[in-house]
Ligand binder design. Structure first.
Ligand code: NAP
Ligand code: F7E
Length: 372
């Protein structure tokens, strides 16, 4: 090798960026890890102990993306500040993406104290670790903030919209958001809040409404007679694709100064429209009949009931209307969302059909089921 080439390789090795992702086994963590590996980063991730012990299950998305062998996984918990500090001290990452959270809004009403412990104290543990380890000059932090912080504030929402969270989850994310801003202002820490609107994908958790819908539609396509049971059909969300949003997270940490950014598509749809679009993808037209919780969604061709409502799935308080204005991210980061709503729904339904067919053929062969 030429001396020049040697120097370039050596320069690349000593300057290889190191990223630490909390919540690496979640939807965003997995896509972000993939993106950072593609960019040449050394990638480390925090895995909760039970996910660590049973990685095939707990880190299923990293196996699905076929990247698990390229990542260093560390057993820990966001709420265990000492062990977290120990991990950060060992890795000394140049970028930390704090994605770990109790992220299910409905669940946060049932376990509000755990929600605050993980989402607020966990974030504080990350910020404090960087400060106490004297890494303020060398480490940048991305904080996973959320459009749920806007709660009932009028749409469209942007970085200047006053926040009015209406769930324990929204309140916890707002507290964490302010902690990140406080550490930025008080200690000069590079901490950027990404205020992300809903983003989905085939890797979305099955307890979120989009994936619940696409899985049910795929099962019906494959012959299931079970209807899809949902709660509030009329809430409005601004749904994008997770791959676009993790790219935005990385962009936020490449600026000269830390700032907060909204990421959103600027298009809003109701849950009802998502249901209709997902069924339309398998050539079923949904016709709504009845009112309130007695409403049903029928196959317009044969009257078969495909969607029912269960009032237990309604939340104690709902965020009715989320629609993001991402002009700041477009102007400063050059970020844009590349998927439209139809493409997102189609990809999720198709992937769920493929997954069911793969699982069925594996079962027919008498082999193990695919994990994912
Ligand atoms: P997700 O799929 O629910 O992933 C969250 C991850 O956090 C999971 O892998 C979970 O691990 C981990 N985790 C939970 N508690 C933990 C703890 N105590 N210690 C360590 N890890 C813990 O969420 P996501 O959709 O990827 O979202 C990523 C982040 O962005 C979250 O902070 C979420 O609140 C935020 N956010 C998401 C959206 C969205 O639409 N997706 C929008 C705005 C903001 P286990 O799997 O082991 O439980
Ligand atoms: O609900 C309604 C539900 O749970 C969307 C998280 O990633 O995005 C996500 O929070 C809507 C709500 O997401 C069911 O009432 C109806 O109005 O998919 P979801 P979310 O609450 O918007 C934000 C930005 C985050 O930060 C969060 O981490 O759908 N809905 N029927 C239902 N929702 C669920 N889960 N299940 C139902 O059966």
């Amino acid at each position: 090798m030429h001396t020049g080439a040697c120097i370039i390789v050596w320069w690349g090795m000593v300057n290889k960026k190191t990223a630490f992702i909390t919540g690496i086994a979640g939807q965003d963590g997995a896509y972000l890890a993939e993106l950072l590996l593609d960019k040449g980063y050394e990638v480390h991730g925090l895995l909760r102990w039970d996910s660590y012990v049973d990685q095939r299950d707990g880190a299923g998305r990293l196996f699905d993306l076929d990247i698990v062998s390229e990542i260093s996984l560390h057993m820990g918990d966001l709420t265990d500040a000492q062990s977290l500090t120990g991990i950060i001290k060992k890795i000394r990452p140049s970028e930390i993406y704090n994605l770990a959270a109790l992220s299910q809004v409905g669940v946060s009403f049932d376990v509000p104290a755990s929600t605050l412990d993980i989402n607020v104290k966990g974030t504080l543990a990350v910020l404090e670790a960087v400060r106490l380890l004297d890494m303020v000059e060398t480490t940048r932090i991305y904080q996973a903030s959320s459009s749920e912080m806007f709660g009932c504030a009028p749409a469209p929402q942007n970085e200047n919209t006053p926040m009015q969270p209406c769930s324990p989850y929204g309140a916890s994310k707002l507290a964490a958001y302010w902690l990140a801003r406080t550490y930025r202002d008080a200690y000069g820490l590079y901490a950027a809040n990404g205020i992300l609107f809903n983003h989905e994908s085939p890797l979305r958790g099955e307890d979120f409404v989009t994936r619940k819908i696409t899985r049910a539609v795929a099962k019906i396509y494959e012959g299931s007679g079970e209807p899809l049971i949902l709660g509030n059909l009329d809430s409005v969300r601004d749904w994008g694709h997770a791959r676009d949003y993790v790219r935005g997270m990385w962009m936020m940490l490449q600026q000269d100064e830390a700032q907060d950014f909204v990421l959103a598509t600027g298009q809003s749809k109701t849950v009802r429209e998502f249901v209709e679009k997902a069924f339309a993808h398998i050539d079923i037209e949904i016709e709504w009949r009845g009112f309130g919780v007695r409403q049903v969604g029928c196959d317009a061709k044969n009257d078969r009931v495909l969607v029912r409502i269960n009032e237990n799935l309604f939340r104690p308080k709902e965020v009715n209307y989320l629609l993001g204005d991402a002009s700041k991210a477009r102007e400063i980061l050059g970020w844009h969302s590349s998927y439209d709503f139809n493409a997102l729904v189609a990809e999720m339904v198709d992937e769920d059909i493929d997954l069911l067919q793969e699982n069925t053929s594996l079962k027919d062969d008498g082999k193990c089921r695919k994990v994912g």
